[in-house]
Design a protein around this ligand. Structure first.
Ligand code: SAM
Length: 294
């Protein structure tokens, strides 16, 4: 394949930094839909390691075929990860190099790759990242929500009680929250989020980088209405606006104006500053409060 030759040439010209090292685990990100989102380096690494550990040995061959890569594959997934992880680590310790890929996206993010990396690092086996597409970050970038601070929550547990506890524990997190969800669980998850987080702005990011890509800026309640009418299909990332303190649940909501000002005075503020701060919290002109309380 001529594109492969070009990629190899590109790497030959480099100063050896991209040389495949013996006894090393490469954590290789692959596309989350659009096969062109593969990096040159990912192709180079997959083409030159001794073997590839793949989460899905039916899916990965399609990707390898697309790039003309022929390499021995071993499966590494949720239900064989303990035993297979040991075997992979042993091969690495014997000097072979391995690329870890998952079904799609960045290995070790909400998939079993995490355990293999942990094992290798505990054994002193070098681990090298080969970054690329990650569904969570891809969704965040198109969400239109606050991106400077965010928290990745991955898949919510399906155990009802634990799920509720988790949602309650992050209810007051002001960062944007990112969740993964499967289509058949989407409606239940949106409902639980509405019940526990309150109605919020969200970006529902579906089938990113694929033909049916859709990014919907909506709210929990509107999304529930929509998906009650339209069966959810494809892969979803739910990006949720962080907590915004509303007047009803602000710390001063049950205080009188006088109590609110006293709260600041007791905290060490001068009376005038306390009035100014309370007026700002209550979104009322400070002159109004001065008149009432001075
Ligand atoms: N490790 C991968 C990553 O972070 O890129 C994610 C693996 S996780 C097992 C799979 C989940 O990622 C899906 O259930 C979905 O929530 C999300 N996902 C993967 N590809 C997606 C896509 N093209 N569009 C939207 N969500 C996607």
């Amino acid at each position: 394949m001529s594109s492969m030759k070009n990629i190899d040439r590109l790497y030959e010209e480099k100063d050896g930094k991209n040389k495949i090292e013996k006894g090393t685990l490469y954590i290789v990100s692959t596309p989350i839909g659009n096969l062109s989102d593969m990096t040159y380096r990912a192709v180079h690494v997959l083409s030159n390691v001794d073997f590839i550990a793949a989460e899905d040995t039916r899916n990965t061959p399609k990707l390898l075929m697309h790039y003309g890569i022929k390499k021995p594959l071993v499966s590494y997934f949720e239900h064989n990860k303990a035993q297979r992880g040991e075997q992979i680590a042993e091969r690495l310790q014997n000097g072979e190099s391995c690329a870890l890929v998952t079904d799609a996206g960045t290995p070790a993010i909400s998939d079993p790759g995490e355990d293999l990396v942990k094992l290798c690092r505990s054994l002193g086996i070098p681990t090298v990242p080969v970054p690329g597409a990650c569904a969570a970050i891809t969704a965040l970038t198109v969400s239109g929500l606050f991106t400077a601070k965010f928290a990745f929550e991955g898949f919510l547990t399906t155990a009802k009680g634990d799920r509720k506890r988790l949602l309650q524990s992050i209810k007051h997190d002001t960062r944007t929250l990112i969740f993964y969800e499967a289509p058949h669980k989407l409606l239940d998850t949106l409902q639980d989020m509405l019940d526990n987080l309150g109605n919020r702005q969200i970006a529902l990011c579906r089938e990113l980088t694929k033909i049916n890509e859709q990014v919907m800026n909506t709210t929990f309640s509107q999304a529930i209405e929509y998906y009650n009418e339209n069966r959810p299909k494809g892969e979803f990332v739910i990006v949720v606006e962080g907590y915004k303190e509303s007047d009803e649940d602000a710390f001063w909501a049950d205080m009188t104006e006088q109590e609110h000002v006293s709260f600041y005075i007791n905290g060490g503020m001068a009376k005038m500053d306390a009035i100014k701060a309370a007026a700002k919290d209550r979104k009322i002109p400070k002159g109004e409060l001065y008149k009432k309380l001075l």
